[in-house]
Ligand binder design. Structure first.
Ligand code: FAD
Length: 460
């Protein structure tokens, strides 16, 4: 092994040494394979020292140990949906796309999923067995990135957080050990990996419980922007009485006239009321009646929906795009908060944002799971998301203006997966003080050299 002191990522000899140890590949800037790191969020420039396309867990461990010996850092990435802008000059980016193991155990109702797998693949593999994973609004998101951030999906009120369905992780800790982590083995890591993003390790595989679920009642009702005030105020009242089997969000949309965007929604201001439920159609239709009656819908897609098509409910973008996203949480949604949101982001506000969304929380999410985790703020009542294209003039400023206007109604906290960002202030919003202290202490123990101190991590 080369001398640690002489190591530098720019040294061809040492890089050749690591390359030779890998089953997968390593690419320096300009080499084939380096572009693998181009993130889904193309507004974020990713320029690591090298990109390691790990072919197995040993490649990940080898890379982490190399980083330990050479004063480098390691950042895992799959899709780049949650990419954040930061200096990666001394960072080996471990790309997980080749960790593509995916096994469904129909009898045990569980799945073993490599860190390179995205939710769409798990949905498709589980569906023929009548089984389903708890996914987020966009099936193109990576399984592990979603789960390490908690995972708040379109059925969160009914079944809770996706990370509460995790049975086991396989993870390379910052000191280069490959561990199996369950509620009984390395229980401290099991707590911290569910919510702590990449603070405690690079996950190489995960095992999750699957639900008996094939169909939901779901979709969205789209209204004209001119009806926004009535629709939002009605949604506020209506959503407060929803039973746990039902989930909803509301989005102020300004979708560009691009292929795939339905004509009635393209290039104009609309409002989408999203709905998912596991109840029968009659019960759902009765529940939905007041929302359907509040104005004349442009489109109403709510009906029986194969769970594997759950992505249709939010209809999030599937192709890489530039995104500026900020988030917040609310403990309650008052009429004044709705009026404020309309004033700053409604149809007459001149808002340049593509999506401004409120998501109803509560239900199963708010209950403590069997095994506690590092995911905080379970008791929040709503999320607020503001999403725009940062290079469109005025978008960043307007985003800040929405956050400022909504400030009096926000708790000051955030969920790890929404509005990805780094830094101490962000971590103080995502985790309470106790959780930060524990995550940081665990990181110190499992990663004494701070190899994983990059991205959305908690270290004091
Ligand atoms: C269109 C869209 C819709 C979304 N909808 C939802 C939603 O409904 N609910 C929700 O909770 N989130 C949602 N998200 C957020 C998403 O879950 C996070 O951005 C998540 O981190 C994406 O994971 P990724 O692996 O795809 O992205 P990446 O950018 O590749 O990874 C993001 C982060 O996840 C962590 N991570 C990734 N891989 C590993 C690993 N192997 N080991 C340890 N840590 C790892 C790291 O912190 C990494 O920086 C959405 C995002 C988008 C863009």
């Amino acid at each position: 092994m080369p001398e640690a002191a002489a190591m530098s990522v720019s040294s061809p000899a040492e890089i050749s040494w690591l390359r030779a140890r890998l089953t997968g590949s390593l690419a320096l800037p300009g080499e084939p394979g380096y572009d693998l790191a181009a993130p889904f969020n193309v507004a974020v420039q990713i320029a690591p020292a090298a990109v390691v396309a790990a072919a197995n867990a040993d490649d990940v461990a080898e890379t982490v140990r190399f980083a330990n010996e050479n004063g480098l850092r390691v950042l895992p990435q799959r899709t780049g949906h949650g990419a954040v802008a930061t200096n990666l000059d001394d960072v080996l980016l471990v790309h997980t796309t080749r960790l593509d193991e995916l096994k469904i155990d129909p009898v045990g109702k569980r799945a073993r999923v490599g860190a390179g797998v995205i939710w769409r693949q798990v949905l498709d593999a589980a569906a023929p067995h009548g089984l389903a994973p708890l996914v987020g609004s966009a099936p193109g998101v990576g399984v592990v990135g979603f789960l390490t951030g908690g995972g708040v999906g379109p059925l969160v009120r009914t079944y809770g957080l996706a990370s509460d369905t995790v049975l086991a992780f396989e993870v390379v800790t910052g000191d280069g050990r490959l561990l199996r982590v369950t509620p009984d083995e390395h229980a401290d890591l099991f707590w911290g990996l569910r919510g702590g993003k990449n603070t405690l390790g690079v996950v190489t595989a995960v095992e999750i419980a699957l639900l008996n679920l094939t169909t939901v009642h779901g979709g969205a009702i789209y209204f004209n922007g001119t009806d926004a005030s009535g629709v939002l105020h009605m949604w506020r009242e209506w959503s407060q009485a929803l039973p746990e089997h039902a989930n909803t969000s509301i989005a102020l949309l300004q979708l560009p006239p691009l292929p795939g965007v339905p004509e009635p929604l393209a290039g104009r201001f609309t409002v989408a009321v999203r709905f998912t439920s596991i109840a029968e159609a009659d019960e759902c239709n009765a529940l939905l009646a007041p929302m359907r009656a509040v104005a004349t819908p442009l489109i109403d897609t709510i009906g029986a929906l194969p769970y594997a098509a759950i992505g249709a409910v939010h209809a999030d973008p599937v192709d890489p795009m530039p995104v500026l996203e900020t988030s917040g949480l609310l403990d309650e949604l008052t009429p004044e908060a709705i009026d404020t949101l309309l004033r700053v982001a409604g149809p007459d506000a001149g808002s340049p944002q593509i999506i401004v969304e409120l998501r109803l929380l509560g239900g199963a999410l708010a209950r403590e799971p069997e095994h506690t985790s590092a995911f905080c703020h379970r008791d929040a009542a709503f999320t607020l998301l503001v999403i725009g294209v940062p290079m469109i003039p005025g978008v960043p400023e307007h985003n800040a203006a929405v956050q400022a206007a909504m400030g009096p109604y926000l708790t000051g906290n955030e969920f790890p997966n929404f509005g990805a960002a780094i830094g101490e202030a962000r971590m103080a919003r995502v985790y309470d003080e106790n959780t930060r202290t524990w995550l940081s202490a665990l990181a110190e123990r499992h990663d004494p050299k701070g190899v994983l101190r990059v991205g959305q991590t908690v270290r004091t």
